[in-house]
Design a protein around this ligand. Sequence first.
Ligand code: DQA
Length: 146
Amino acid sequence: MKILVINGPNLNMLGIREPGIYGSETYASLVSLISDYCDSRGIEVEFFQSNHEGAIVDKIQEAYGVFDGIVINPAAYTHTSVAILDALKAVSIPAVEVHISAVNEREDFRQISYAGKACVKTYIGLGFNGYIEAVKFLEDYLTKKQ
Ligand code: DQA
């Protein structure tokens, strides 16, 4: 099983960025947390972070035929990007949406998720653990699918 973990804009600033909302752990520690879990389960994992919408679209397209599942936190593009939604629909790879913060309790403009419309599951407000839950969900989902 091969999983691609995509993180959108400003998530490279974890640890520095609004620690009251996103915590004090860094992007590097998020990567090692997910890597450790995937290693323990024999799952191949690749990470991609970009601040650019088109680069995320390109990466999703390149995932076609390569990855079995996608975990995606599109960050601010969640609430704006029809292009990321369309890319997820185009490749039709089972995708799980993650948000570190409880977006449902935040500003009105965070209440819409375009990418989420192409995802089989969403985890919000669980901190970094949301990514682990997303991988676990995909493990189960992909195993049942085969
Ligand atoms: C976020 C929530 C988004 O609204 C925000 O723009 C982010 C991070 C989260 O993980 O909680 O950058 O996706």
